[in-house]
Design a protein around this ligand. Sequence first.
Ligand SMILES: Nc1ncnc2c1ncn2[C@@H]1O[C@H](COP(=O)(O)OP(=O)(O)OP(=O)(O)O)[C@@H](O)[C@H]1O
Length: 303
Amino acid sequence: MAAPDTDRAPAGTSDEGRTPSVVCSHVSITYRVYGVGREENDAEGSVRRLLSRSTRGVGVREVHAVRDVSFVAYRGESIGIVGRNGSGKSTLLRTIAGLVPPTSGSLWLGGKASLLGVNAVLMPQLTGRENIWIGAQALGLTPAQVRARFDDIVDFAEIGDFLDLPMASYSSGMGARLRFAISTAVTPDILVVDEALSTGDAHFRARAQERITQIREAAGTVFIVSHSDKTIKSMCTRALWIDEGRLLADGAPGPVNGLYARKYGRHRQVWRQRFEEAARIEEVEGPEAAARYLRRWERRTAP
Ligand SMILES: Nc1ncnc2c1ncn2[C@@H]1O[C@H](COP(=O)(O)OP(=O)(O)OP(=O)(O)O)[C@@H](O)[C@H]1O
């Protein structure tokens, strides 16, 4: 397993005979959030702001979502991204998909990236049939290509009689299947899947896995964000662990998941037990006693 080292070439660049599809070099992504933090709303503050032309004091907060991340992805790889909530996984994926530019560093793509999640395009008030037409054309298919692939999309989505009903009436699993079917109607060079697999049942996941394998075999690269280590282990050939925006591990899914679980698995388990205890205390002694109990633990574990 390669430990990321910012002074060396990104993991895997020395491998010969493989074609890189994504080269992510020292990428950092910072969001600027306005209207939060300390405000200077008095007249003096406003004048100072105008004179200095600076944004200080207007409540701008910077969120360093991704910090100095480097790696090389190759054609034929399926890469799982793991990490706690808010660690920067989706931000990294959105950057690979071309939706969020890196604040610094560089990103090179050897093909077209497609983000699985045509959510923005699919409309709940329209039927599955109408959404297939709109979604597939939004991905760049011509009407003739949509016509040719229509039945395949419907078969994969398994929406049956719901095809002519509004998507708003679909279960979350049906919606996920239809989105997946539309997004993969075109074989993308780089497919980016953000949690889209978590809503499906075992049968859907098996077929999604098959589709992902087909894309990999067609020399594509797949990125998958998932909180399920089962999904990462069964669908990925490699995993990246992102923690507080930094790449902490890059290697085979088993060992990377193992490192991640070693750092946070026990922590999660311990807190689950504490919340159960807090619920018991709340029942017997009331909410204030439960809050006191949790605050005591928070103080003890605060960094
Ligand atoms: N559009 C945004 N504007 C400002 N901050 C954002 C934005 N999107 C994400 N963030 C912040 O960036 C950090 C990383 O978020 P991101 O969604 O990439 O994490 P994640 O690992 O995908 O989390 P999760 O597992 O909960 O989906 C978080 O602190 C989040 O609050």
